[in-house]
Design a protein around this ligand. Structure first.
Ligand SMILES: O=P(O)(O)OC[C@H]1O[C@](O)(CO)[C@@H](O)[C@@H]1O
Ligand SMILES: O=C[C@H](O)[C@H](O)COP(=O)(O)O
Length: 928
């Protein structure tokens, strides 16, 4: 039997005098409950001050409320209630199994109200309703004004933990108030069997004060000094033991027997303030000396550790009661009057909790102000917008979904009804965990080492972010599969993907919601043929897994070819919102991620994104309000900054933001991976967002703030918070689109590009060549296609062409998009990044970089459907390798070029400023 079990066997429950978000989030509190260490939790304003002011645990939760314009006190109660609810939920099984005997969590009323009966009662009612858990105890101080409040709260059916009890006399009043409350209920025919209460008798503080007085007597070295010395450390235990005797008397009386017959429970004494303050005393003295049936002892962390290590259990409460009485009498005789002592303690107790509360609110207020500064000139707009989103019931309408939140168009409305399944993904996707684990375990056992995911946009971006963020993790004591993605038709890139892993050890994941995406179908054709060729048809199937919507063409193909597994996705989720359903979960599992933790992190954000959450606390809703308002105010270039650990995140976010918002001439332009320059390089069209893990960009972000740029800092704790960010941003974008008045779930301009590409391929299949059109410029190293523009004729070099073309770009309004139909590899990317930085400084415009055809499934929608503020430079080059796409009569290079031509044509059909620069012998760096 553990030391704590022994204590419990004697009738004393140990509660924990501490709460902290970290303990709730990292499973520590849950473990303590499971291990039987604690049977309840108490909090007070000092504990919350300690928890909030001395940690960064609450920063992420505090931000949206600050941005939404909440006051410090409202922020505090929201945070406190969340912790109390979470703890109460963890204790619920204990509460249920003990039929309300234990498993309580206490939350104290506002300490400023300690002398105000009426407001204490209404505060108790407010907290009871707000926390809404049967195992809550509302703490009410046993001040004079508190006594009637206790009675009224009990009569109202509220569980009460009476706090700050120091004197025997007051304790008797507390018990009386409790009984009166029960009696009142009985008189009104109300039940009393579920009402629980404890009376917190504060112990160590009595010794601290009495010992202080004794010390003076000892210092005076008079005749009373030896007796004073012998009385040190006696007053607290004596008072508590006598209090217990009163408890026995009152709860053994006929008065209580009557109530008991109606189901009334005793109001257990709870020994509070039981950490040892004087290091000369045993560190578990206020536990060991007060052990009794029907009691609770609430201990802070250090006392719990000490008791677990060396606490001794025996019923001690009745030990030497006569001696206890004598000790108190001796103190009186010495002029140390307990009534005076306890009056002072009560007053000081109220003051110290009020001071802690004041300090706490001040800390929250400082943090709130700092958060508000991140909004720059958007502050008022955001507060107004969040209020408006509350008024229009945006969260409920998102979850419902009510399509009128986004659109009046009946066809769009119909589609939206099947597009918000992702909201419940953190819960629903739990069903996929065992499947993902099984596939990984089987593959590991069969000697697979690699996976290649074939997919575009929403079907590939999240898996790639996962691979880049987490690397290959270990699962089942072996590495997970080394996953790569292929989302390019560039032949060199197809080759790289094919060469990366030996076919015999590679699992191919064919990922497509629609099942018919042409790039994915081409990749499937290519790799299927290779697999059949080297492994034979039967074995080839074992190397393929499909993730797709039920009934898709891909499902059919996969079944016909006997794929190892066909994972059917939730059809009520659109591609770019699919990171937390099968499209993201299976790859995450194959990489070896801890899927329980992955979904739990997203689940935490989900729990504060529901319609029941106040709008200001909903992290995605507030972020959406900011994104939408910023765009309306001309800050439509969402510039994504991250610490290196999160650097891949932006490529997923690009699609979510651009494809959701970029339509009907509106849109938010995601700017990812742009080199961060000093603030003078930016205009008023920017909204920066910094996903902060280590703070490597703190200094630069500070400078942005100082220069008046809005730059939101979103703190993350570790890489597993990525799932929480996926979820937060999905809500945010859905809300931002509502603010902008666009349908967040369709991509009306993507098809045009596809159709033009298909036409070009059809023409190629007839004539054997692609019609590239007439070059508008031809010179050393390359050719240029598109609409002529001023300055072109005088251009001698490609750099001159670029320079002249970009004369059209308006600083602070336009963005310059570099769209490269080239292999995406580090060398090419770094050259293009260099070009990008030069163009940023030269034009004063935000710059983006996309690789075709990948970006067509990401930012492509915005390029065509968004505002006319894009200036597009396409870059193409003839490939050095090429492969046939089986059964399609074309090669990859032809498909890639047809896509580039279709893209340019689609842009120009909308009057966009766009050229294609075809590099013959010139290098990418020759563009600048
Ligand atoms: O999963 P699928 O159907 O292959 O689609 C891939 C991508 O293509 C689009 O439908 C259009 O670009 C995206 O929305 C989507 O993520
Ligand atoms: O409910 C618990 C009390 O608030 C707590 O035990 C006070 O302890 P202290 O006297 O150590 O502050």
């Amino acid at each position: 039997m553990s030391r704590i079990d022994s204590l419990h066997a004697l009738g004393q429950s140990l509660w924990y005098d501490n709460i902290q978000r970290r303990l709730l989030e990292n499973g520590e509190l849950e473990k303590m409950i499971r291990d039987g260490d604690i049977r309840g939790v108490t909090s007070n304003p000092s504990i919350f001050n300690n928890a909030i002011a001395k940690s960064s645990d609450y920063d992420a939760a505090l931000k949206p409320m600050a941005w939404a314009g909440w006051k410090a006190e409202d922020i505090f109660w929201q945070l406190a209630v969340e912790d109390i609810q979470a703890a109460a939920d963890l204790f619920r099984p204990l509460y249920d199994s003990t039929h309300g005997g234990d498993g309580y969590v206490s939350l104290e009323v506002n300490p400023y109200l300690a002398n105000d009966t009426v407001n204490t009662v209404s505060e108790a009612r407010r907290l009871w309703a707000l926390v809404d858990r049967p195992n809550l105890m509302v703490k009410i101080p046993a001040t004079r004004a508190g006594i009637p409040a206790i009675q009224q709260a009990i009569a109202a059916g509220i569980n009460v933990n009476v706090t700050l009890i120091f004197s025997l006399q007051r304790y008797v009043e507390v018990m009386d108030a409790f009984l009166r409350g029960l009696e009142e209920r009985v008189a009104h025919g109300q039940s009393i069997d579920s009402i629980a209460s404890v009376a917190s008798f504060f112990v160590s503080r009595i010794d601290t004060k009495v010992d202080g007085r004794l010390e003076k007597v000892i210092q005076a070295e008079g005749t009373a000094a030896p007796q004073a010395a012998s009385l040190r450390g006696k007053a607290a235990i004596a008072s508590a033991r006598l209090a217990y005797a009163k408890f026995q008397e009152i709860f053994g009386s006929d008065r209580f027997v009557k109530l008991k017959a109606k189901g009334g429970r005793t109001q257990r004494p709870l020994w509070a303030s039981t950490s040892t303050k004087n290091p000369d005393y045993r560190d578990v003295i206020y536990v060991e000396e007060l052990i009794a049936p029907d009691t609770v002892n609430t201990v802070p962390p250090q006392t719990l550790v000490a008791f677990k290590d060396h606490g001794e259990s025996a019923v001690t409460i009745e030990k030497d009661l006569a001696g206890m009485r004598k000790a108190l009498a001796d103190l009186e005789a010495m002029g140390i009057h307990m009534e005076q002592v306890t009056d002072e303690l009560e007053e000081e107790g109220v003051k110290s909790f009020s001071d802690a509360f004041t300090g706490l609110l001040k800390t929250i207020d400082d943090r709130r102000t700092a958060c508000l500064a991140e909004l720059g000139d958007l502050q008022e707009k955001i507060a107004r917008r969040v209020k408006n989103l509350t008024d229009i019931d945006a969260a409920r309408r998102l979850w419902q979904p009510d399509p009128t939140l986004w659109t009046e168009d009946p066809a769009e409305q119909k589609e939206i009804l099947q597009r918000v399944g992702w909201l419940r993904a953190p819960e629903k996707s739990r069903a996929l965990i065992s499947q993902a684990k099984r596939i990984l375990a089987d593959c590991q056992q069969e000697g697979y080492t690699h996976a290649l995911l074939l997919g575009m946009g929403g079907s590939s971006l999240a898996p790639e972010v996962l691979r880049l963020t987490f690397g290959v993790q270990s699962a089942n004591d072996k590495p997970g599969l080394d996953l790569a993605i292929l989302d390019s038709t560039d032949p060199a890139q197809v080759r790289t993907a094919a060469q990366r892993a030996p076919l015999a050890r590679t699992l191919f994941i064919v990922s497509s919601k629609s099942g018919s995406t042409s790039e994915t179908q081409s990749h499937l054709a290519f790799f299927w043929k290779r697999a059949v060729h080297s492994l034979g048809k039967v074995k080839a199937g074992e190397h393929f897994v499909a993730i797709t919507d039920p009934g898709s063409m891909l499902e059919k193909q996969a079944r016909e070819r006997s794929f190892r597994e066909v994972v059917l996705a939730d059809p009520n989720v659109g591609g770019r919102y699919s990171a937390l359903i099968a499209f993201g979960i299976l790859p995450a599992g194959l990489l070896g991620l801890d899927l329980d933790l992955w979904l739990a992190r997203a689940g935490r954000v989900m729990s504060v994104s529901t319609p029941a959450t106040p709008a200001g606390r909903n992290p995605g809703l507030v972020l959406g309000a900011i994104l939408g308002e910023a765009a309306l105010a001309g800050r439509d270039k969402l510039t994504i900054l991250t610490d290196p650990e999160f650097s891949a995140f932006g490529s997923w976010l690009e699609q979510l933001v651009a494809e959701s918002s970029g339509k009907q001439g509106k849109g938010i332009i995601p700017v990812d991976q742009e080199t961060l320059l000093p603030p003078r390089n930016y205009s008023k069209d920017r909204l920066f967002v910094y996903i902060r893990l280590t703070g490597s960009l703190d200094e630069q972000v500070k400078k942005l703030h100082a220069a008046g740029h809005p730059a939101l800092v979103l703190p993350v704790k570790d890489t597993y918070d990525l799932s929480a960010e996926f979820y937060r941003w999905e809500v945010a974008i859905a809300i931002a689109c509502a603010v902008l008045g666009v349908d967040a779930f369709n991509q009306p301009d993507v098809q045009d590009n596809k159709t033009r590409t298909q036409q070009k391929i059809a023409a190629f299949q007839k004539s054997g060549k692609l019609d590239e059109g007439e070059a508008i410029w031809e010179g050393e190293g390359g050719r240029v296609y598109g609409q002529e523009f001023p300055g072109l004729n005088g251009a001698k070099t490609i750099a001159d062409v670029v320079e002249a073309f970009l004369q059209q770009a308006k600083a602070g309004v336009d963005y310059v998009a570099l769209n490269a139909y080239l292999p995406r590899n580090p060398r090419t990317a770094s050259k293009l990044q260099k070009v990008r930085s030069v163009l940023l400084v030269r034009t004063g415009c935000a710059t983006t970089l996309g690789f075709g055809p990948r970006f067509l499934h990401s930012t492509g929608q915005l390029h065509k459907g968004g505002g006319d503020n894009g200036v597009f430079i396409q870059i193409t080059r003839d490939p050095t390798v090429d492969f046939e796409i089986p059964e399609q009569g074309i090669r990859f290079a032809t498909l890639e070029r047809a896509q580039a031509l279709g893209d340019l044509e689609a842009l120009r059909s909308r009057g966009r400023r766009a050229i294609r620069i075809h590099l013959t012998s010139a290098d990418i760096l020759d563009l600048i």
